[in-house]
Design a protein around this ligand. Structure first.
Ligand code: CP
Ligand code: NVA
Length: 310
């Protein structure tokens, strides 16, 4: 058993392959306990604060419910209700909240807000999505893949679309876990080259292949997992029209998925825009695992909170 107590969870680069595998196994164990009706409350008396500067359905509900199930308490702290929204600094907020809480999750815009909060907080800080990363989602995603495929190493994941926070965390997570990953994005919407380089260098140690291409067909060829995300992420709503034009050849649909393995699974972090990044036939079809994936946010984050705050 590894000891992760007191650690932050900001991006996969901070964690070793063994630590990520440990969290995935813990998530699977905690899910089993929950399904069998076992009461498991290692976080009795602990409180996590959930700072939200962007909207959320899954992240908020899974953290709140997860913490309740673990015997602790979660506080929903919307930016409009706390003083951050009126200009109180992140460093003061971090130091004050550290006197009350046992952990903080933050969903924000600039990734530097997460790292600054972590720098000044004495308690674990969990990245609940920034413009650059969404590692909680990816933890649940690889739990889902593991459950559906029984293994991770050597599988191929195709990510089609925006080179955004999801693309980044998926590339880093895949590289760490030995999953091959091909990202297909249109010009101007590629993943951050520095993160691609990071993923490639991690991949050299684990034997995974990291490819960035323009061609969705090349990316999905023989893929075990096909992943996509919205074309306009939170904070980019005013670019919706321009993005619809730029991404028009990047829809995951019945035609595109023909190139994948027959038993591929389709994943999407949600929320989805049916008819844009993915056709109804694919997202609601027999290969789609989107609701297992959404459910696993609960189990993966219970594992994360237990490991960091237990
Ligand atoms: N996938 C995800 O993070 O969903 P929410 O924005 O609803 O939290
Ligand atoms: N890329 C999306 C993910 C939402 C969970 C966004 O940032 O809005």
């Amino acid at each position: 058993q590894l000891n992760l107590k007191g650690r932050d969870f900001i991006e996969f680069t901070d964690y070793s392959k063994e630590e990520i595998e440990y969290l995935l196994q813990l998530a699977i164990d905690i899910k089993k306990k929950q399904k069998s009706g076992e009461v498991y409350q290692p976080l009795k008396g602990k409180t996590i604060g959930l700072i939200f500067e962007k909207s959320s359905t899954r992240t908020r509900v899974s953290f709140e419910v997860g913490m309740f199930q673990l015997g602790g308490h979660a506080l929903f702290l919307s930016k409009n209700d706390i003083q951050i929204g009126r200009g109180e600094t992140i460093s003061d907020t971090a130091q004050v909240l550290s006197r009350y809480l046992d952990g903080i999750m933050i969903r924000t815009f600039a990734h530097s807000n997460v790292t600054e909060l972590a720098q000044y907080a004495d308690i674990p800080v969990i990245n609940g999505l920034s413009d650059d990363a969404h590692p909680c989602q990816v933890l649940a995603d690889f739990q889902t893949v593991l459950e559906h495929k029984g293994q991770l190493k050597g599988l191929k994941m195709a990510y089609i679309g925006d080179g955004n926070n999801m693309a980044h965390s998926l590339m880093l997570g895949a590289a760490k876990l030995g999953v091959h990953v091909s990202v297909a994005s249109p010009e101007g919407y590629e993943p951050n080259p520095a993160i691609v380089e990071q993923a490639k260098s991690i991949a050299q140690e684990t034997g995974s292949q990291v490819v960035v291409t323009r061609s969705p067909e090349e990316a999905v060829k023989d893929a075990d997992i096909i992943y996509t995300d919205v074309w306009a992420s939170m904070g980019f709503e005013e670019e919706q029209q321009a993005r619809e034009a730029a991404f028009s050849d990047y829809q995951v649909n019945e035609e595109l998925v023909k190139g994948a393995k027959k038993d591929y699974i389709f994943l999407h972090c949600l929320p989805a825009h049916r008819g844009e990044e993915v056709s109804e036939g694919v997202i609601d079809g027999p290969n789609s695992a989107i609701f297992d994936q959404a459910e696993n946010r609960l189990h993966a984050q219970k594992a994360l909170m237990t490991a960091l705050m237990g």
